[in-house]
Unconditional design. Structure first.
Length: 191
C-alpha cells in the first residue's frame, strides 16, 4: 500500500512539473518558432490565415506563409494583404536568416522595433499601407543586404535616418507620401 501511494505521489509530481514547464516549450524550443509565435500572439487574425502556426511543432517551416531554407531556418514571412491587425514585436529581430518580411496592406500599428536592425540577411522590408507610427529606427542602417524598403502610407514621423544612406544595396525606397521616393522629400521631419 505504501509503495502504491509513493508511486501515485511521484506521478502527481511529474504531471505538475510538466504543466509548469509547458509554456517554456513554445515551438519545440526553436527560437525562430518562439519569435514568430510571439508575433502571432500580438496579432488579431479574423480570417484565420495564421491557423497553421502551431507552437508545438519542432520548427515553423510547415506553417503557412513561412518559407525556410534547406537548414530549416526561416527566410521569408509573407503576410501581405492578410487583414491582420496588431503590432510588430522585438522578437522578429531574432530571425537571423530572414530575407523577406512582407507585411504590407494590413493594420499593423505601433512603432518599428529597433531590433529589426539585427536582420543582417534582410533583402526586402515591406511595411507599406499599415498604421505604423513613430520614427524609422536608425538601426535599419545596419541592414547591408537590404534592396527594397517600402514604408509608404503609414503615419511615420521624425527625421529620415542618415544611416539608411550608407546601404549601398538599397535600390527601391518609398516613404510615406504618395509613392514618392524617400530621398525626394522629408516626411513630417527632416534628414
Amino acid at each position: 500500500m505504501r509503495g502504491g501511494l509513493r508511486s501515485f505521489s511521484f506521478f502527481l509530481l511529474f504531471c505538475a512539473s510538466s504543466l509548469t514547464l509547458a509554456p517554456f516549450r513554445l515551438a519545440g524550443a526553436n527560437s525562430e518558432g518562439d519569435a514568430l509565435y510571439t508575433f502571432r500572439r500580438s496579432l488579431s487574425d479574423p480570417d484565420n490565415v495564421l491557423q497553421s502556426w502551431d507552437p508545438t511543432l519542432v520548427n515553423p517551416c510547415t506553417w503557412f506563409h513561412i518559407t525556410c531554407n534547406q537548414d530549416n531556418r526561416v527566410t521569408r514571412v509573407d503576410l501581405g494583404n492578410s487583414n491582420l491587425s496588431g503590432h510588430l514585436v522585438p522578437e522578429l529581430g531574432k530571425l537571423e536568416h530572414l530575407q523577406y518580411l512582407e507585411l504590407y496592406k494590413n493594420n499593423i500599428q505601433g512603432t518599428i522595433p529597433t531590433e529589426l536592425g539585427n536582420l543582417k540577411s534582410l533583402v526586402s522590408l515591406d511595411l507599406y499601407y499599415n498604421n505604423i507610427t513613430g520614427n524609422i529606427p536608425p538601426s535599419l542602417g545596419k541592414l547591408n543586404s537590404l534592396v527594397f524598403l517600402r514604408l509608404n502610407d503609414n503615419k511615420l514621423t521624425g527625421p529620415i535616418p542618415r544611416e539608411l544612406v550608407g546601404i549601398s544595396s538599397l535600390k527601391v525606397v518609398y516613404g510615406c507620401i504618395k509613392q514618392q521616393p524617400l530621398w525626394n522629400y522629408s516626411y513630417y521631419g527632416t534628414i
